[in-house]
Every structure is written in C-alpha cells, then in structure tokens.
Design a protein around this ligand. Structure first.
Ligand code: SHN
Ligand code: NAI
Length: 197
C-alpha cells in the first residue's frame, strides 16, 4: 500500500563519489563549503572547480588533494563534458538557471547551493564514526537544525563503534548456512545493542 503520509520524500543514497567526475562551479565561501563536504567524505574524489575568482582559502584547502583540478576562468558549457555530477555555487542565479537547463537535458544530476527548487539532490549533514556514516536531512527546512542534529549524534555515538562493526563483520563472515539463517543469527547477536525504551 502506498504511504501517502511521507513528509520528506527525498531518497537517500550513499554515493561512491570517487568513481564519478564532479564539476563544482564557483570558488567562493559556498564553493569551499561544498568542496570540503565532498572531500571530507571522499578524499580521492575527482573534482574540477571552475570559477573566475577562486578564493585563497579554497586554494589552500585543495592543495592536499591531488585529484582536485582548479580552473580559474569563467564557466564554459564544455566544462559539462564527461561530468557525472554538478554543484553550482556562484553568486549568479541566472547563470545557475541556464546551466541547470542544459544539465537536465544531459541527465546530469545537479545541486544548486542556494536554490532548492533547482536541485536534483541536497547535501546532508553527516556523522562519521569509522565505517558508520549517518546522513541527515531536514528536507531543506533548516540546515542549521541538520548541523545541530549531527553534533548531537556525534556526541552520543561511542568512538568504539568501529570495534563493534569489526566484530560483527567477523561473525557475519563466519556464519554458514542459508540467507534466512544468517539474518536470524545476526538479529540475535545484535538484539541487545540498542536499549529500546
Ligand atoms: C537545500 C540545501 C541544498 C544544498 O545546499 O545541498 C541547502 C540550502 C540552503 N542552505 C542555506 C544556508 C545555510 N546552510 C548551512 C549549512 C548546511 N547546509 C546544508 C545543506 C543544505 N542547504 C541543503 C538542505 C539540507 C537539509 O535537508 O536539511 C548542509 C546540511 C550540508 C552541506 O552543505 O554540506 C550544511 C550543514 C553541514 C553541517 O555542518 O553538518 C547553514 C549553517 C551553517 O553554515 O552553519 C546555513 C545558514 C543558516 C540557515 O539558513 O539555516 C540557504 C540559505 C542561503 C541564504 O540565505 O542566502 C539555502 C537555500 C535555501 O534554503 O533557500
Ligand atoms: N556565504 C555564505 O555563507 C552563503 C552565501 N549564499 C549565497 O550563495 C552565493 C555564493 O556565495 P559566496 O560563495 O559567499 O560568494 P563568493 O563571492 O565568495 O563566490 C562567488 C563565486 O562565484 C564565481 N563565479 C561568478 N560568476 C561565475 C562564472 N560566470 N563562471 C564561474 N564562476 C563564477 C566567482 O568567481 C566566485 O568564485 C551568493 O549568492 C550568496 O548570497 C548562500 C548561503 C550562504
């Protein structure tokens, strides 16, 4: 039965960004925010940054990432060639709208940092504890709330959750038997993990 009651209809996925070619247009404060969000998760991501003026802070940040290419000039439509994912972060909304139109024709997924209505996807706040990663969205209602939620979860999730994940992986690998049996055992082993209220 269809659930018509869902408020946030965004479908979360965890991208292997390092397998994709990303174009970031805009090298200012917002450009730097989006670049660091990507690289803090996917440090080997191949990202081209195009902007006629790339801020020094962004240049300094990008230095540690050999797969980031900085191109200091105005955007050209040929920049879209061979790209999989697009993030627009200039201070020119008309330019964003024009690029978005062409991107849609090419089926390129596009994020327009300051214009939710033009976005095919949003960035989320992200909690990282070893292999555990939690993405948070407020459906664009309040990015600040997303940030606070990240801080909250970051505080309460123990640092040794990684050890737990390693142990569970060993158990998972060691189980023989069919798929149903595997599900049953993994459910039993993890039953006491979270204290249900
Ligand atoms: C829709 C979305 C599209 C997208 O950008 O992908 C979007 C849009 C906009 N952001 C705006 C402003 C701010 N954004 C932040 C911060 C973050 N914004 C992020 C995501 C998203 N921002 C997507 C929805 C996410 C969701 O579903 O909740 C985070 C989570 C992820 C990231 O960017 O990496 C990151 C926190 C990372 C972290 O710390 O955990 C702060 C706070 C701060 O910087 O401290 C402010 C200022 C305070 C405020 O406005 O709340 C404005 C108004 C611009 C203006 O007024 O001109 C718009 C445009 C609009 O809403 O119209
Ligand atoms: N600064 C902030 O924290 C926030 C800003 N915004 C909005 O986002 C936009 C960007 O803000 P900032 O990054 O602070 O601006 P900024 O002035 O630091 O950066 C703008 C960037 O766009 C580039 N650009 C402009 N036209 C271009 C073109 N034709 N081709 C290639 N690059 C081009 C510039 O070279 C520059 O790198 C503004 O409209 C701002 O109002 C939204 C949310 C927060």
């Amino acid at each position: 039965m269809q659930n018509t009651d869902i408020k946030n209809r965004l479908f979360p996925v965890f991208l292997k960004l390092e397998e994709l070619n990303v174009l970031l247009v805009g090298g200012g404060n917002v450009g730097l925010e989006k670049l660091s969000a990507m690289l803090n998760n996917s440090p080997d991501a191949v990202i081209t940054v195009v902007a006629d003026l790339i801020r020094d802070e962004l240049k300094a940040f990008a230095k540690d990432y050999p797969n980031v290419l900085l191109v200091e000039r105005k955007f050209q439509y040929s920049d879209l060639e061979n790209k999989d994912l697009l993030i627009l972060a200039t201070d020119n909304p008309d330019l964003h709208a024009s690029i978005k139109r062409i991107a849609a024709e090419r089926h390129l997924l596009c994020n327009v940092a300051d214009t939710p209505s033009l976005c095919d996807f949003y960035l989320g706040s992200i909690v990282q504890k070893g292999d555990l990663k939690i993405g948070i969205s407020t459906n664009g209602k309040s990015p600040t709330m997303a940030k606070r939620m990240r801080e909250f979860l970051d505080d309460i999730i123990p640092a040794d959750v990684q050890q737990l994940l390693e142990n569970l992986r060993e158990i998972r690998k060691s189980i023989k038997g069919d798929f149903q049996e595997k599900i049953k055992i993994m459910n039993e082993v993890t039953e006491g993990l979270i204290n249900k209220k």
